[in-house]
Write a protein that binds this ligand. Structure first.
Ligand SMILES: [Mn+2]
Length: 438
């Protein structure tokens, strides 16, 4: 069991919740274990594997995000990075699957990184990749990003954006982060607005300066997105451009796949396979979408796609193991809501991503290979479906309980009354939110 020095939720309450669930969970676990044993699968191995899973939580996901048009504040929303950490601590305490937080600057900027780190340590939380923000103007900045940041025509705007990214690296270093994620909204709304090639050349020049400021053990993740806010031509629109940029920059530059940043019907698992094949898969922003960059909970719209992504990751991990190479993409959630409690949504997403991870481990890879080699298309497809259809909920719950988390994180959270107490302790403050959709 991972001990958390300063648990936010009363540990007795979690223990009581688990005791109430124990008999049902044990029965479900044994039934699933028997079924898996008949398939030659040891449930204990899967449960141990589930216990190794970790996905970082986005600090901005702890607040209510909203739509492009309006934001409807939630009760007890965090008003600063310290309160965001408290919410993230709840998520990890109950799921035991989110031991790191991904910060976004300047939203999460603090003058006292040592205090932030100390509080995080007490919660049992570390810091994943830090994110820069040059897609909106910050108070008091000298040069606007209205016409772009890292690719802007204005050299002064570009220099300012580069410096901001370097500031993010320096702050991240103090917190123990090891990567910087860069997403820019740069692009054009009208044909002719930008020289398409020139914009990318300027972006690359700026990124070279950022790359040069990376500590030896850091990576930079390039996050692409098809459109929005640029509606005609986005500078880093697709994985091809992201891959080209990462290749130009060097080995510390890798591509980040946000599941919501593609055209509808794009085969995202194939992008994952390609990036893994060429050593450029840096990490993920997990979420789900129906139409665009919807930032919905992971697995809420297309759970089969999430499974297929993890199927490629399992394949890549197996290949890396046999080739004795490292394969360690960073897993992060990226979501933001108007209509759910963000803590409940983030817990649900973490569990859904963990579910896909475990289901992918259930794929009989030897059988799949044999069906592929003999062109037995139907059985190859069914091999994947067999793993996907297996309800591994009892494995996930058992892994959580054994690690000190809650059998049912949302139920335990609701019974804790955390949201009510947060609402009391954190009266709404106008303009205090720093959540967003990225
Ligand atoms: Mn993202």
């Amino acid at each position: 069991m991972t001990d958390i020095k300063n648990p936010v939720i009363d540990t007795n309450l979690v223990a009581e919740h688990n005791a109430q669930q124990q008999a049902d969970l044990q029965a479900d676990y044994e039934a699933l274990g028997g079924m898996l044993a008949r398939r030659g699968v040891d449930i204990e191995k899967l449960t141990a594997l589930a216990g190794t899973f970790a996905v970082a939580v986005p600090s901005w996901g702890a607040g209510t995000g909203g739509t492009r048009f309006a934001r409807f504040a939630g009760r007890g929303e965090p008003r600063n990075v310290f309160e965001k950490m408290e919410d993230c601590a709840v998520i990890n305490q109950l799921t035991r699957a989110t031991p790191a937080v991904s910060l976004h600057f300047p939203w999460d900027r603090t003058d006292d990184p040592a205090a932030l780190k100390e509080i995080a340590d007490g919660y049992g939380l570390g810091f994943d990749a830090v994110n820069s923000n040059t897609f909106q103007d910050q108070q008091g900045q000298d040069h606007t990003y209205k016409y772009g940041s890292l690719s802007a025509q204005s050299g002064a705007a570009r220099a300012q954006a580069v410096q901001h990214n370097i500031d993010c690296i320096e702050l991240g270093q103090k917190l123990g982060s090891k990567a910087l994620t860069v997403w820019v909204g740069d692009g054009a709304n009208f044909p002719g607005q930008n020289n398409l090639r020139g914009s990318l050349e300027r972006y690359l020049d700026s990124m070279r300066d950022i790359y040069g400021a990376l500590p030896a053990d850091w990576n930079v993740f390039i996050e692409h997105k098809l459109f929005e806010p640029a509606f005609y031509a986005t500078v880093i629109a697709d994985w091809g451009t992201s891959f080209a940029a990462a290749t130009e920059l060097g080995p510390k530059a890798k591509c980040l796949v946000d599941l919501g940043h593609h055209a509808p019907n794009t085969n995202i698992e194939m992008i994952v396979a390609r990036l893994a094949q060429f050593g450029k898969l840096g990490g993920f922003h997990f979420n789900d979408s129906k139409y665009g960059d919807d930032d919905l909970d992971s697995g809420s719209i297309n759970p089969f796609q999430l499974f297929l992504v993890f199927n490629e990751l399992a394949d890549a991990a197996e290949r890396a193991k046999s080739g004795a190479t490292d394969f360690n993409p960073a897993y992060m959630l990226d979501q933001s809501h108007n209509v759910t409690d963000p803590i409940e949504s983030l817990m649900s997403s973490a569990v859904e991503v963990q579910r896909a991870f475990v289901q992918a481990a259930l794929v009989d890879r030897n059988a799949l290979r044999a069906f592929q080699e003999s062109n037995d298309v139907l059985n190859a497809a069914q091999t994947l479906k067999k793993a996907y259809r297996t309800d591994v909920s009892a494995i996930l719950a058992m892994a959580r309980v054994r690690a000190g988390g809650a059998a049912d994180p949302v139920a335990a959270y609701r019974s804790s009354g955390y949201r009510d107490s947060a609402a009391e302790r954190r009266p709404a403050k106008a303009g205090a939110s720093s959540s967003g959709i990225v």
